[in-house]
Design a protein around this ligand. Structure first.
Ligand code: NAI
Length: 250
């Protein structure tokens, strides 16, 4: 337990079967929430689902491509019918299609913006309905320090993550008076499959750029997300909280 409680709440985490999303889902469950995990693939009875059930919480897994607005709307109908209203939404699903800008083609742009930015838009639209009815909600968008500082070879990814910041700030303003907070977390480099594919030399160079001298762990991001999802974070909205070992300061 992290000292916060989500007892009686239903949380939905996109990309919740692995990496940061899996750690977030596990932490939310450890702090008392029931969970819905949404992934493009993933196993409805896979290890991410089982570990949450072992914590004594309910957990359902749905396959859905969040870049498809019709699929997300249908998902929302099913989730509400089977599990009830979602009051904690973590927009975590994301992907990269890295290339130097001059070599980046339009499909690399569209797929990354489609999932990372439009996917979050579709999910907030569909799942905020339950929050509006409950007059309580938490939306946490997983952006990246790359969206705040840029990165060579990641123009599409950085644009999607910077877009997510603008989406966070605007929706936070619109939903504030309805009891819903909307924040973003901006991780630096975190040990997951996404960063595991980077060559050793790139990883060493990254370590040199991190004042704390190491890559972060998914559980460290999860603790922050669970706090932002809690009642204790009720006066925090429209913030982008960096969790990056000090990579980007000030
Ligand atoms: P990952 O690659 O391990 O997991 C991504 C998850 O997103 C997977 O479960 C995948 O099924 C899901 N996903 C991808 N496309 C989808 C779609 N169209 N519909 C539904 N689900 C989809 O990634 P990781 O590292 O756990 O990253 C999670 C989030 O954190 C991403 O948004 C990423 O951009 C962000 N992030 C990661 C950092 C890192 O160093 N790992 C640093 C900063 C941000």
């Amino acid at each position: 337990m992290s000292g916060v409680t989500h007892a009686g709440r239903l949380a939905l985490v996109t990309g919740g079967s692995r990496g940061i999303g899996r750690a977030v889902a596990r932490q939310l469950a450890a702090d008392g929430a029931d969970l819905v995990l949404v992934d493009r693939s993933g196993d409805p009875d896979g290890p991410a689902v089982r570990e949450i059930r072992e914590l004594g919480r309910q957990c359902r897994h749905f396959r859905c491509d969040i870049s498809d607005p019709k699929a997300v709307a249908e998902l929302a109908t099913r989730v509400v019918a089977e599990a009830g209203p979602v009051t904690i939404l973590v927009n975590n699903a994301g992907l990269t299609r890295d290339n130097l800008f001059l070599r980046l083609d339009e499909s690399d742009w569209d797929v990354v913006l489609g999932v990372n930015l439009k996917g979050a838009f579709h999910c907030i639209k569909s799942f905020s309905r339950g929050m509006l009815k409950e007059k309580w909600g938490r939306v946490i968008n997983v952006t990246s320090v790359v969206g705040l500082m840029g990165n060579k070879g990641q123009a599409n990814y950085a644009a999607s993550k910077a877009g997510l910041v603008g989406l966070t700030l605007s929706v936070a303003r619109e939903l504030a008076e309805r009891g819903i907070t909307v924040n973003a977390v901006a991780p630096g480099f975190i040990a997951t499959d996404m960063t595991g594919v980077l060559p050793e030399s790139v990883q060493q160079e990254l370590h040199r750029q991190i004042p704390l001298g190491r890559i972060g762990q998914p559980e460290e991001v999860a603790g922050l997300v669970s706090f932002l999802a809690s009642e204790q974070a009720s006066y925090i909205t429209g913030q982008v909280i960096r969790i990056d070992g000090g990579m980007l300061m000030g």
